[in-house]
Design a binder for this molecule. Structure first.
Ligand SMILES: O=C(O)CCC(=O)C(=O)O
Ligand SMILES: [Fe+2]
Length: 278
């Protein structure tokens, strides 16, 4: 099973984080690099209590698929809170050609229907930034507004649950073949090389890189291996509701994520902030 650790902020940490965001002296329209610089000068870990600090340390070691933090302050500057939360887990990073530190996951008019953070279609299980040389280890999705009655459920699947189920030829192919991931339309950075789906990052420890809608294979063996992987992923997917004012931080090396399609509803539409973390 996916190991999601749930942690509810205590009253004191909630109040301190709220104050921190208000005192930063900037708002959501400020240059994000300045917000990051100001936040980086604070010892943000001192704002939360020890049990959460310990849980985050364990998560960074790679032992947990995802952490769900609830009881967040509901503030008027969600970008600042998203970045402050990223600093609790590491350091926010920006990828050239992908967008700013905080990317708003929000459906916009007129985008095509390839799965994207800019539309509302079903986004199958994937890891983020498969098309760059070094995808982020972690990322967060801060739910600013999400009425899950309209769809948009989060899907999760941990590779530690599925590696032992794969047939040996498939496992071997995913480890040894190199695949090209076509860049999505929004990406304006450089196009990088081919990569295996599974990489051994330490003895018996694998990182996954996978996104069904942009992967390219070159032979029938690779096609079969991807099909078997997809079948196994589908039978081990967990559905989850990322409610407003919660944040999920995901290990992008071991836990795939996706979302179901959703309906937009005028001004009050689904809005998540995403931050990559190293
Ligand atoms: O909308 C979501 O919940 C996820 C979006 C996503 O996975 C992405 O933009 O990479
Ligand atoms: Fe994603």
């Amino acid at each position: 099973m996916v190991s999601i650790e749930h942690f509810s902020l205590d009253k004191n940490s909630k109040r301190r984080l709220d104050e921190l965001c208000r005192n930063i002296g900037l708002d959501d329209s400020s240059n994000q690099s300045i917000i990051v610089k100001n936040l980086s000068m604070l010892a943000i870990n001192d704002y939360i209590d020890k049990p959460l600090q310990d849980l985050i340390a364990e998560f960074r070691l790679g032992d947990i698929s995802a952490i769900l933090l609830t009881n967040l302050p509901s503030i008027s500057h969600p970008i600042i809170l998203s970045l402050a939360l990223a600093f609790l887990f590491g350091h926010p990073i920006r990828y050239e050609g992908e967008g700013d530190y905080v990317v708003e996951i929000k459906s916009q008019e007129g985008t095509d229907d390839q799965p994207s953070f800019r539309n509302a279609v079903f986004f199958p299980l994937h890891t983020d930034l498969t098309y760059v040389d070094q995808p982020p280890h972690f990322f967060l999705m801060h739910s600013v507004f999400n009425d899950t009655r309209l769809g948009g459920q989060t899907l999760l699947c941990d590779i530690y649950d599925i590696i032992s189920i794969l047939s040996y030829p498939t496992f071997d192919c995913l480890k040894t073949s190199r695949f090209f991931f076509k860049t999505p339309p929004h990406y304006s950075g450089v196009v990088q090389g081919k990569h295996p789906i599974l990489s051994e990052v330490a003895p018996f420890r694998y990182a996954i890189r996978f996104r069904e809608d942009i992967i390219q294979y070159s032979n029938i063996l690779e096609k079969g291996a991807i099909e078997e992987l997809l079948n196994v992923l589908h039978t081990h997917t967990v559905h989850f509701e990322l409610l407003t004012d919660t944040v999920m931080v995901i290990n992008n090396q071991r836990c795939l994520h996706g979302r179901t399609a959703f309906k937009n509803q005028g001004q009050q539409s689904r809005h998540l902030n995403r931050v990559y973390i190293q």
